[in-house]
Design a protein around this ligand. Structure first.
Ligand SMILES: [Zn+2]
Ligand SMILES: [Zn+2]
Length: 387
């Protein structure tokens, strides 16, 4: 059964600005932290290559429910969703009416069926640790490729920008959000001469994407900067004389168990029934995509992800997965019972990513050397001593 989050969604942001990666976050109305996602694959053509901001509008057709953080934890809904995008598009149209379903049915019976009209629907579907997840927002406010330094038309993000002051939208703002046109061009995968392929031959530097990064707790800048400080203060206020509470102890024990790699098993033994892994050379391009996605879905159910850099094709990623990762890498059998994920990345196996990293490192080092002279040399492990 699919996990349907539509009625709880407040707003969110999605990036598919790099091929093979769909990442972002979704705020639910009753939660103080967003659900994040970092998926391997692409949106449909209208969103592929783009950055999307969206905000749900009150919809009389659905009753708004509440889903609290506690309920999310109880239902073991992962806060960081990994896996494979399903249908991700803002180009669907649905018939919508401006009253509740009850009223619609009542008036229909009286032969006064309320008028319906076509509205845009934003579909966000993916297959992650909780299986299929579906969000379908009728007529949301959206911004495509917003100028991130400029003002936003979306009330939710506007109030974020002004530091939490509620901004009320006027009708013009609403219409502006509504009338945003989608370009019909499909930037990739078919169109090779697109703006995302600017990183290779001409030596241009890749733009730094706001990719979630394990070293960064808050890649999207979602939390106030002083939050961490206030958390530290409040936790240091806790009297520890009685020792950690049972919940904390249990968490530590689980973490210890996961750290104990003696229990690790090869990835390929995780699956029951065993995974069907046809050899890559027996599959055509379409079949490779299907085979890759079905393994990534299975892996997601076991809290394991393979992220794909833009240099990999479905075929090369599938080859890496079946010939190397599934055979040689191990995971902890208890991982699915934790909220942790194990993340593999094709960039660790990618000569182009490696060259890119080296080039950027050399550039930054050269820049540091010229601007800061000898001061930064101290921090550079293999930097030359200037004298
Ligand atoms: Zn391990
Ligand atoms: Zn790469």
């Amino acid at each position: 059964m699919a996990l349907r989050l539509t009625e709880y969604v407040l707003a969110g942001e999605l990036f598919n600005t790099k091929r093979n990666s769909v990442h972002g976050y979704i705020w639910l109305r009753d939660c103080d932290r967003p659900i994040m996602f970092q998926l391997t694959g692409n949106c449909l053509s209208d969103l592929a290559g783009h950055h999307l901001r969206f905000e749900a509008r009150p919809n009389p057709m659905i009753e708004q429910g509440a889903l609290t953080e506690e309920e999310i934890d109880e239902r073991r809904i992962a806060w960081m969703q990994i896996g494979v995008p399903g249908e991700m598009t803002a180009a669907k149209q649905v018939r919508a009416f401006d009253c509740s379903i009850d009223e619609f049915l009542r008036r229909s019976k009286l032969d006064e069926q309320p008028p319906t009209e076509w509205r845009r629907m934003l579909c966000l579907e993916w297959y992650g640790q909780n299986g299929r997840v579906v969000i379908e927002l009728v007529d949301p406010l959206i911004e495509i490729d917003p100028d991130e330094s400029g003002p936003t038309t979306l009330g939710f993000f506007a109030s974020e920008q002004t530091g939490g002051n509620e901004t009320t939208l006027n009708e013009d703002d609403l219409n502006e959000g509504l009338d945003l046109e989608f370009s019909d061009d499909v930037p990739w995968p078919d169109d090779e001469a697109n703006e995302f392929d600017d990183d290779s031959e001409d030596g241009a530097i890749l733009a730094f994407e706001p990719m979630p990064d394990e070293s960064d707790d808050d890649p999207y800048g979602l939390f106030p900067k002083d939050l961490e400080a206030s958390l530290e203060t409040s936790s240091s206020d806790q009297p520890w004389s009685d020792g950690p509470d049972p919940e904390t102890l249990a968490l530590w024990e689980r973490l210890d168990a996961l750290e104990d790699h003696s229990q690790d098993v090869p990835l390929c033994t995780l699956f029951d029934p065993p995974l069907k892994v046809p050899p890559p050379e027996s599959l055509n391009d379409e079949q490779v995509v299907q085979a890759l996605n079905s393994i990534l879905m299975e892996l997601a159910l076991h809290n394991v992800a393979l992220h794909m850099c833009e240099h990999f094709t479905p075929r090369s990623a599938y080859e890496l997965l079946v010939n190397d990762i599934l055979r040689n890498e191990e995971t902890h059998p208890e991982l699915p019972h934790s909220d942790m994920t194990q993340n593999f990345d094709t960039s660790s196996y990618c000569p182009e990513c490696d060259a890119e990293f080296e080039r950027r490192y050399a550039e930054r080092k050269a820049q540091n050397d010229s601007t800061n002279g000898d001061t930064l040399g101290d921090f550079d492990p293999d930097g030359d001593v200037p004298f």
